[in-house]
Design a protein around this ligand. Structure first.
Ligand code: COA
Length: 257
């Protein structure tokens, strides 16, 4: 598949996606958002891909936000459709992907950049990473799910504080408030993400997909997460992965999914 703004490579069952606009600190313009959406969906469809890792090129930024130059002159209607379209073609897709997605946050993750990291299933940050939702300093608010997902991960009070002050948090604070799962030195970031991916790849892809659906269900309006869990739990019993996993355990060998 052809992309202009991102690099993709499948290595050892991982689809590694790198946003490649280092001169703009990997700010995501419309085209990049569209390409990312396509890349994630292609990864989910590719049976050889077991985990997706997303990171930014260079040592300075994961993503410094949505491309401000693109929306500076937008009208109310254009602003609303920018938000709706972005959520539909990328951010919601990432959150609901049934292939596990790890964000390797290698520097600034601001605005839409932090929102993309928040939509991923797991986040690992390098020690130099700085994260924030500075939109109110530009006269706008987060529009790619940030008001919702930051509250879900870090709590309403912290989300209010971070969004209203437009303040960046460093990697250690992000870890302390539950924004990221781990912090490592920048040189170790991709290897740490790959090691986590390797641990995930030992597990049943179908069961991981069910787990993602069940966990996400609890955060959807009008959906009973416990009922979703019951249904996903039941579905597992009809899969070859379940037969292999339980048989392998009883035969005292490693499961081969
Ligand atoms: N949209 C468009 N371009 C951006 C961008 C964004 N979100 N973030 C950075 N860039 C561009 C800069 O305009 C600059 O381009 P130029 O060289 O053509 O002038 C280039 O990336 C480098 O950024 P610069 O600001 O010179 O780097 P810095 O090290 O001085 O500062 C940041 C880094 C991240 C603090 C600063 O770039 C910044 O505040 N960016 C905007 C963050 C933001 O508000 N994001 C939310 C958007 S809703």
């Amino acid at each position: 598949m052809e992309y202009k703004n991102i690099l993709t490579e499948v290595v050892d069952g991982n689809l590694e996606i790198i946003i490649n606009r280092p001169e703009k600190l990997n700010a995501i313009n419309k085209e990049t958002i569209e390409e990312l959406g396509r890349a994630f969906q292609a990864g989910e469809k590719d049976a050889s891909v077991r985990v997706i890792i997303i990171s930014g090129s260079g040592e300075k930024a994961f993503i410094a936000g949505a491309d401000i130059s693109e929306f500076a002159n937008f009208s109310i209607e254009e602003g609303e459709s920018l938000s709706a379209e972005g959520q539909k073609i990328l951010f919601d897709i990432v959150e609901n992907l049934t292939t596990p997605v790890i964000a390797a946050v290698n520097g600034f993750a601001l605005g839409g950049g932090l929102e993309l990291a928040l939509a991923c299933h797991v986040r690992i940050a390098s020690a130099n990473a700085k994260m924030g939702l500075p939109e109110v300093s530009l006269g706008v608010i987060p529009g790619y799910g940030g008001t919702q997902r930051l509250s879900q991960l870090a709590g309403k009070g912290k989300a209010m504080e971070m969004i209203l002050t437009a303040r960046m948090v460093d990697a250690n604070e992000a870890h302390r408030i539950g924004l990221v799962n781990a912090v490592v030195e920048q040189v170790d970031l991709m290897d740490t993400a790959r090691a986590m991916a390797a641990t995930m790849k030992k597990n049943s892809p179908l069961a991981m997909a069910s787990a993602i659906r069940a966990i996400n269900a609890g955060f959807k309006n009008g959906v009973d997460g416990f009922k979703a869990e019951i249904s996903e739990f039941g579905k597992c019993f009809g899969t070859d992965d379940f037969k292999e996993g339980t048989t392998a355990f009883l035969e005292k060998r490693k499961a081969n999914f």
